[in-house]
Design a protein around this ligand. Structure first.
Ligand SMILES: [Zn+2]
Length: 307
């Protein structure tokens, strides 16, 4: 009897309808909850602040700070946020400042919080980056072939001058530092440099060993930023507020002090573990997934490699 009801096609249709409407009602009930959780994790709104002349600082959204340089016919963008949504929101906000098409994107390096937003890019745009940044982006494209469109369309080696519709930019790479393909963009006329992830204040700089970044290269690049002629006055970066020469000098001094202290402890015969302990670096809890080495460990390894 029960089986014959279950096999009845009319009953099956009814059961399906009941199931669909139940799922629909559950979705309606949960919608505010789902929206709430999205709101909880939504990134801060995009805001654009003028720094000097035609150089703008783009904060907020998901991912690192980006920079806008409007030209005469199109806009130049430095870096691309972390998500397609944030990238599109940024383009919308840019239109309020400079309603020109996007003409060129310069990538400071290959980290996801600077490039993943390129997934939101529509149409073809010139994308410029250091050759190593291109190479570091290749594994991502190999995993997801449709991302081929986000690869840099042009690369350079040591330096490259761009005359972008009235603004002269010099792209420079001083060797591996944060990654192996960092680009520092010097805008000499404005005395401004856009430095990617070369500046962190109040925390240790990040050096990506897995992308062949190096501590000594990081120091060298910071010094080259200060030595650039004409002298740069404003240093912009992915995760800090605009900084002056004094802050960059202090960052170099604090890193050199750290290096000197590590050397001193090595000369006293201390082991890496003892040195890390002296710097208050805590060992990761058992079972924690593979972590990035702390700065002290990177400095230690590089000093030992040179010995
Ligand atoms: Zn980075």
């Amino acid at each position: 009897m029960v089986i014959s009801i279950l096999k009845n096609p009319a009953f099956r249709v009814k059961a399906r309808l009941v199931l669909i409407s139940t799922v629909f009602i559950i979705c309606l009930v949960l919608k505010p909850v789902i929206n709430f959780s999205q709101q909880t994790f939504s990134p801060p709104p995009i805001s654009i602040v003028k720094i000097k002349g035609n150089i703008y600082f783009i904060k907020g959204g998901s991912g690192a700070n980006c920079f806008l340089i409007p030209g005469k016919k199109s806009n130049l963008l430095v870096d691309a946020k972390m998500t397609a949504d944030s990238f599109r929101q940024m383009l919308e906000e840019i239109q309020k400042i400079s309603p020109l098409p996007l003409g060129m994107i310069v990538l400071t390096h290959s980290d996801g919080d600077h490039i993943n937003g390129l997934r939101g890019l529509e149409g073809k745009v010139k994308i410029l980056a250091h050759r190593k940044t291109y190479e570091e982006m290749l594994p991502l494209v190999e995993q997801t072939p449709e991302l081929k469109e986000i690869l840099p369309t042009e690369t350079y080696e040591d330096s490259r001058i761009i005359d972008f519709e009235g603004t002269r930019l010099e792209l420079k790479n001083f060797g591996p530092a944060h990654t192996s393909g960092d680009t520092i963009i010097f805008i000499a006329e404005a005395r401004v440099a856009i430095t990617g992830d070369l500046m962190f204040f109040g925390r240790d700089p990040l050096i990506h060993k897995h992308k062949n970044g190096t501590f000594f290269g990081y120091l060298k690049t910071l010094q080259a930023m200060l030595d650039y002629k004409p002298e740069i006055e404003i240093f912009l970066s992915g995760h800090a507020d605009p900084a002056g020469r004094q802050q960059v000098s202090e960052l170099i001094s604090s890193l050199k002090e750290k290096e000197a202290r590590v050397r001193e402890l090595i000369n006293q015969g201390k082991t890496l573990e003892e040195i890390k302990e002296a710097f208050g670096v805590q060992a990761p809890a058992a079972g924690t997934p593979v972590r990035r080495p702390p700065l002290v460990e990177i400095i230690y390894q590089e000093i030992m490699d040179k010995k």
